[in-house]
Design a protein around this ligand. Sequence first.
Ligand code: SAM
Length: 288
Amino acid sequence: MNLCDTKTVKNIMTAYGLHFRKEFGQNFLTNKMVVEDIADQCTDTTNGTILEIGPGIGTLTRELCLRHKNVIALEIDKALIPALGYTLNDFHNVTVINEDVMKADLGEILAPYFAEGTVSVCANLPYYITTPILMKLLESGLPFRYITIMIQSEVADRLVAKAGSGAYGAITAVLNYYGEAERLFTVSAGHFMPPPKVNSAVVRIKLHAQKPYVPKNEKIFFRTIKAAFEQRRKTLPNALASGFGELSKEACVRLVEAAGHRADIRGERLSTAEFLTLSDLIAEELEA
Ligand code: SAM
């Protein structure tokens, strides 16, 4: 069955009374090479489990089933489940679950698979909810090996941006805390059905098995990053003073200088490691 063939997809959708649901970000892949490349490159093992978010009608799912031991596919759209029963009928290593990934207890669903081996995530994500899904995966604390996601090209630029560049943002600094992101390739809008308004890119994140940075206080570490980027145009001490009501402007200048920066620096210039040093000083100041 070739689910990259648009005629086949249309026939299946008609047979199951389906239509593309914009509210669920349904843009299905139609280029076989792209689908194979994602399935090939999403992790470095073949004997583990893949969690797929949003299988659609199963285009990427089939390629994942061919290459990996187990595939767990979470799909929010109930109407797609019978069609998936048909398109994945020839595979015995796939479990389709009709659930919203944002509500799903991933720890519970994946516990047997973590007990058995590696688990990675591979998904052509619905673009309306990319960042919340990525943050849920990262903050879950689950030891995913890789997270490989197809996302909007501009969001991909942000995930892999270098400190100080225009695309660098809070999400970049936070992501570097959890892992290392790599942009694999760009996919033009013409390779989807229906075509989205933007180009897409595949990003693969290798999660740190052991985090290289351990902040004194994780909450303050995240607050520091949030404060720095919420007031991006302000100098870092001013941004921190706005974000931390409990710190005076003078204290923020002193802390930024103690972390080794000039007081007129902007937060967007700091790497994740530098945010960590600064947040440790803030934590000490607040706990004193
Ligand atoms: N994997 C398919 C492909 O590549 O052709 C479909 C990808 S499509 C961009 C996104 C899929 O995610 C759709 O099937 C959509 O119904 C599903 N989806 C949207 N929101 C979701 C959520 N919160 N939880 C689980 N699946 C979701």
